[in-house]
Design a protein around this ligand. Structure first.
Ligand code: FES
Ligand SMILES: [Fe+2]
Length: 435
């Protein structure tokens, strides 16, 4: 996969807004080494494809699973239910401060170890040992057996053989990633690649105030990633929050153009311009003015120092938003108002997924800043709900199977990239299995 750095940014005087032109050197799609033909979205509803995708994509690549701040103390743990893979992951910080991941099942008769009132639900907390609710076996925080009830009744027990089955777990930029292969194909850093790895210099620690949202959506996981991978939809899906006075027709007059795309191996980036992400916001609502915030952040931009060496590799000026879609299902979005988002997309079935969204702000220095953050969150949620609004309809349309050749434009190149990469992974897996 090639990497292209083409800046198509120009600034137009008209209406005092930024207008972007297509890159003079050609299309993004061609520059990033992709075909320009129609795209198949059968990968977003076909049951056979989904069965192979689970193995080829989710069981073989590194998966972003948690943030170290969610495991603040020795003994802090959380359980991630990856039901689509029949895997329950126990992520736990040991007495040595290391974070490890284990399959969440007891070595005695396979009972799920950590769960609260419902074994199907994810749980979290702090413990001093991992105790099984069935016959009382216990394990230490490093996964070693520490107690067997009535041990003399057993035959040939060996502590070494009773350890909890480990899952590869590594930390990058404060995030915990797991890999479900017995031996990962690449280290996490090699998997991320040199351009993504540079994002570890982003000042994550300056923005510790975390908000989380989650929802289940009747659409394939890739369709929601696609919904955030272009600005082409903005005048229509977000028409109520955009500026009606802006020119809406003519290729070079559409204000919602992405001025930079990057493809970095299996990962991809869209950069938007301007602190407001080039979303020329319509006359502010009265509450936005009162709270000094809107759906793209707070008016006040907190000082977080340098944004590091990874952000804005395309050199867009003025820079607005970097949206890094990390393969397969994690997105990191750094906003010009100095906060960041993450999205995670977990398949539930071929046509349904769980969406996890986090927003991280600086600690507010004043009550006004706190209120601005709260108002921004409410408005952001409205924006994301708008983005989710078309998903069920798209899913239902695709599932008719009435056509499978979809013409997508150069501004939708990130969508083409995601589907190409997923389809290539599945094709390689099928070839390996002789199918
Ligand atoms: S299944 Fe855990 S102690 Fe028996
Ligand atoms: Fe949107």
């Amino acid at each position: 996969m090639s990497t292209a750095h083409i800046s198509g940014l120009t600034e137009a005087e008209a209406a005092g807004i930024q207008v972007f032109e297509k890159p003079a050197a050609g299309s993004w799609t061609q520059a990033l080494g992709m075909s320009t033909g129609p795209v198949s979205f059968k990968d977003s509803y076909d049951e056979n494809f989904y069965q192979d995708e689970k193995e080829a994509v989710f069981r073989r690549n590194w998966l972003n699973i948690a943030h170290v701040n969610e495991l603040p103390r020795n003994g802090s743990y959380l359980v991630k239910e990856l039901k689509f893979l029949n895997v329950s992951v126990l992520v736990i910080r040991g007495m040595d401060g290391e974070i490890r991941a284990f399959h969440n099942l007891c070595s005695h008769r396979g009972n799920k170890l950590m769960w609260d009132s419902d074994p199907g639900k994810e749980s979290r907390g702090v413990c001093r040992q991992i105790a099984c609710k069935y016959h009382g076996w216990r394990f230490d925080l490093e996964g070693e057996i520490s107690y067997v009830h009535n041990a003399p009744e057993f035959f040939d027990l060996e502590a070494e053989k009773l350890k909890l089955p480990a899952i590869h777990c590594e930390v990058w930029a404060g995030y915990n990633f797991i890999n479900l292969l017995p031996e990962p194909l690449q280290t996490l850093r090699d998997f991320l690649g040199p351009d993504v790895v540079k994002l570890e210099t982003y000042p994550f620690e300056k923005m510790p105030r975390l908000y989380t949202f989650e929802s289940e959506i009747d659409a394939n996981w890739k369709l929601f990633m696609d919904a955030f991978a272009e600005l082409y939809h903005i005048p229509y899906v977000h028409g109520k929050v955009t500026n009606n006075a802006l020119p809406q027709t003519g290729v070079d007059k559409i204000p919602f153009m992405v001025p930079f795309f990057g493809a970095f191996g299996k990962h991809r980036l869209l950069t938007s311009a301007g602190r407001k992400g080039n979303l020329n916001v319509r006359a502010r609502k009265a509450l936005d003015a009162l709270f000094q915030a809107n759906f793209i952040g707070t008016d006040h931009v907190p000082d977080v120092g340098s944004l590091g060496t990874g952000i804005n590799p395309g050199g867009i000026d003025p820079w607005g938003v970097d949206s890094w879609q990390m393969y397969p299902n994690w997105v990191f979005i750094a906003w010009g108002s100095n906060y960041w988002y993450t999205y995670r997309y977990w398949p539930i079935s071929a046509t349904r997924h769980k969406f996890e969204w986090t927003v991280s702000f600086t600690e507010p220095a004043t009550i006004r800043e706190r209120l601005a953050q709260e108002h921004a969150l409410v408005m952001m949620r409205e924006g994301v709900l708008q983005d989710a609004n078309t998903l069920q309809a798209t899913q239902q349309g695709l599932m008719s199977g009435a056509r499978d050749d979809f013409y997508i434009c150069d501004q939708e190149v990130a969508i083409r990239h995601l589907h190409e990469v997923v389809q290539a992974d599945v094709a390689a897996y099928r070839a390996e299995k002789g199918r």
